[in-house]
Design a binder for this molecule. Structure first.
Ligand code: NAD
Length: 257
């Protein structure tokens, strides 16, 4: 078991990447705290883990709210005695996120508050807990759009993921000597609710697919496996990395027919 005796907190753990990671981390021996605004799906994830005879608990947390982030970290320590792995994964892609001219300020603020400030707040309260545990691993979900301009405009989302990447690098450097590793997971386009809602028509889906050498969307489970590597001691010399898992999209100049 790759996460035996570890305690992991996963934000956005009710759906998509977070949910698959919660299930996988639990199978690998971790006690898992699922933090999300979706109570029903969060409780379902926790029940599924308990049905497999592993330990898990749900805490409601809106990652854009400081008191919620403070509370989710205390909750993890109270429930399971410590925190070793913090997976700052919650994020949104707003349906009205567009180019700079068309995007409303409210959409920008909401996106930055959840996707970028949410990661900051997770780290703000999570890092002291990791220090109390003697070190640990932080994984922040960024995106391939932090590395490349996207064919479908989503300016607030792209900027928020750029922020996640740069804060990940700096925190990795700051905490390297404290046995805390900080890495960014950069998924390519995935067949999760978040992207499928945004790419709402077949035409929009095809426009994205054309850029992916593998010719398909990725699966949340494939991201969970990458996150497991970053969470576990197998990645013991990896910090400050942009861990790109994208079906080849960032490597492509021209995609095969
Ligand atoms: P998803 O929509 O399936 O899951 C996101 C989860 O985050 C949901 O459970 C949702 O309730 C939760 N959430 C939303 N706002 C929240 C808030 N304020 N506080 C707490 N939880 C909140 O999406 P996903 O595809 O699994 O995305 C997970 C992460 O991966 C996001 O950060 C997303 O930006 C990133 N990502 C996704 C893709 C993709 O193609 N799906 C690609 C690159 C990066």
């Amino acid at each position: 078991m790759r996460l035996k005796d570890k305690v992991a907190l996963i934000t956005g753990g009710s759906n998509g990447i977070g949910r698959e990671s919660a299930l996988l981390f639990a199978k690998e021996g971790a006690k898992v705290v699922v933090a999300d605004v979706d109570d029903r799906k969060g409780e379902e994830t926790v029940q599924e883990i308990r049905d497999m005879e592993h330990e898990a608990a749900f805490v409601r947390a809106d990652v854009s709210r400081s008191p919620d982030c403070k509370n989710m970290i205390s909750f993890a320590e109270e429930q399971f005695g410590k925190l070793d792995i913090l997976f700052n994964n919650a994020g949104i892609m707003h349906s009205s996120d567009d180019n700079a001219e068309a995007t409303e300020e409210e959409v920008w603020d909401l996106t930055m508050n959840i996707n970028a400030k949410g990661v900051f707040l997770g780290c703000k309260y999570g890092i002291p807990a990791l220090k109390r545990a003697g070190g640990g691993s932080i994984i922040n979900t960024a995106s391939f759009v932090a590395l490349l301009g996207a064919a479908t405009p989503q300016i607030a989302y792209t900027a928020s993921k750029g922020a996640v990447l740069s804060l990940t690098r700096e925190l990795a450097v700051l905490h390297a000597r404290e046995n805390i590793r900080v890495n960014a997971l950069c998924p390519g386009p995935l067949r999760t609710e978040l992207l499928m809602k945004f790419l709402s028509t077949e035409e929009k889906k095809q426009r994205r697919l054309v850029h992916i050498p593998m010719g398909r969307f990725g699966e949340a489970g494939e991201m969970a496996k990458a996150a497991l590597f970053l969470a576990s001691d197998e990645s013991s010399f990896t910090t400050g990395a942009e861990f790109v898992v994208d079906g080849g999209i960032t490597a492509a100049y021209v995609t095969p027919e």
